[in-house]
Design a protein around this ligand. Sequence first.
Ligand SMILES: [Zn+2]
Length: 107
Amino acid sequence: MSGILVFCRDCGKQVASSQTKEGRCLDCQVRQSVADLRDEHARLWRKRERYRSQNANVEQIGRQIARTEDRIAQRIKELVPNDRDAVDYLKRELEAARGQRYTIKGV
Ligand SMILES: [Zn+2]
């Protein structure tokens, strides 16, 4: 890759300046743009676990989770022009979102 290398002001990674926006690398741009949806996802996920433990109907919550994941995918697509890269980012964000419930459990 050509171009000037700069340090991302959030994570400190060295990246091509052409890939940064406001001093942030693409990773950080993606993470920031989906942060609110990830919180929403975590909230719904916890809700579903709670409902499930009460044997309540979780079908609707499952649909809401799927919709949130679609919105995450959409935002990533807007930021990441390369399709294959976008899929990688999506996978990473969803894994993080689905794993998030463990770190906030018990709060
Ligand atoms: Zn960064």
